[in-house]
Design a protein. Structure first.
Length: 385
């Protein structure tokens, strides 16, 4: 209640300020809420060591569409199930099994459990239970706080659906990107490449003309050099867009060509351990593996400062195991979480898009970075079965 001093002070204060001060003083001297008031909205169930309900408050009864009187004396397993697998015949141990053992394992502290609730009408809903215990004489009384997590589960399911849709979109974009690359590379090689090759043939015939002056001869030689450079650049650009070795020779020869090109630019020891027979894959997986290795080599060249690289590919049952190792500077955990690490993100998306697993971390053998990938491989024989 406001004090006498506060009412005397209100004579000298404006009406609004005095009212605000009185309200603050009133709230300041309000007694704290009691324990009963705090727990009034919580769903609380008390059970014995056999998981027989001793007491349920109104909130718990409302949660299970029942009444405290109806719940009292009933087994806890009638209202709370461990999971949906127990619906056919719920075990007598109840949702917490040996409740005393549960508390011993938890150190008698409250522990959260994901459970399934069952209302009186048979409707099932997800809930979360917190278990704790106390001793009253020789009788063990255990308290369970339950919370309906239907809304939380719906949010999680919506997030999972959104994540799945984003992954499908990412896979579709990767496929479209590869198709565009293949189309542009083919156009460059077949159309523009042919034009440049024909132009060089015509230039060679012009150089053989009888009335050739030294100045014209020098000009034609310069033009021929420019044409050779243009053809080489065209092949390099088309190869970066879509390596012809991947379409003409398969994944094994494409990786060998990638290794040779890398060694032309980097003075490192590069071991490529693979068997041609084990790398006969469909176009989607061949392209994905090639792009993963290509991105890994790009990261090594830019950041690792490595002198030794080992890439191994081999079959394990119906999966392809890929290991990429280097002895460079390594990679820190915070670097893998950076939003700008688009190369690592692209590798993960390609692997996850094929339902594979990828692990990136320090290499205990070469003291650099190690990437382990496991991709499921579905052969035509397995698909026919």
């Amino acid at each position: 209640m406001p004090t006498q001093g506060s009412s005397r002070l209100s004579r000298f204060l404006p009406l609004g300020l005095a009212a605000s001060l009185a309200a603050m003083l009133y709230l300041r001297y309000q007694p704290p809420p009691t324990r009963q008031q705090k727990t009034q909205g919580l769903a609380i169930i008390n059970v014995d060591s056999e998981q027989i309900i001793l007491h349920a408050n109104l909130a718990a009864a409302s949660l299970f569409a029942s009444s405290p009187q109806a719940m009292c004396g009933m087994p806890l397993g009638h209202y709370i199930l461990r999971d949906l697998r127990n619906l056919g015949g719920h075990d007598g141990g109840g949702p917490f099994g040996d409740i005393r053992q549960e508390l011993r394992l938890a150190g008698r502290r409250a522990t959260d459990y994901t459970l399934t609730g069952k209302r009186s009408d048979g409707a099932l809903f997800p809930l979360e239970g917190t278990l704790s215990g106390m001793q009253e004489g020789e009788l063990g009384v255990y308290t369970i706080l339950v919370r309906d997590i239907s809304a939380r589960k719906q949010v999680h399911e919506q997030l999972a659906r959104s994540f799945s849709q984003l992954r499908e979109l990412s896979n579709a974009l990767q496929t479209i990107r590869e198709e565009e690359r293949r189309h542009i590379a083919r156009e460059l090689h077949d159309d523009l490449g042919q034009l440049l090759a024909t132009l060089r043939v015509d230039l060679t015939m012009a150089q053989q003309h009888a009335d050739m002056t030294p100045t014209l001869q020098k000009l034609l030689l310069s033009m021929d050099g420019l044409l050779v450079t243009a053809i080489s650049s065209l092949r390099r650009i088309a190869g970066n867009l879509r390596p012809r070795a991947l379409d003409e020779g398969g994944l094994y020869f494409a990786l060998q060509k990638l290794r040779q090109d890398f060694l032309l630019r980097q003075a490192v020891h590069f071991d490529l351990l693979a068997d041609e027979a084990e790398l006969v894959l469909d176009d989607i997986r061949s392209t994905a593996v090639y792009r993963i290795v290509q991105e890994a080599l790009t990261n090594i060249a830019r950041h690792a400062e490595a002198s030794h690289i080992t890439i191994a590919l081999h079959r394990i049952d119906s999966s392809l195991a890929i290991t990429i190792q280097d002895d460079g500077k390594g990679i820190a955990d915070q670097d893998m979480k950076k939003a700008a690490s688009l190369g690592l993100l692209g590798m993960r998306e390609r692997v996850w898009g094929l339902n594979g697993n990828i692990q990136i971390g320090a290499d205990g053998e070469l003291l650099g970075t190690r990437i382990d990938i496991l991709l499921p491989i579905y052969t035509e024989m397995a698909a026919a079965e």
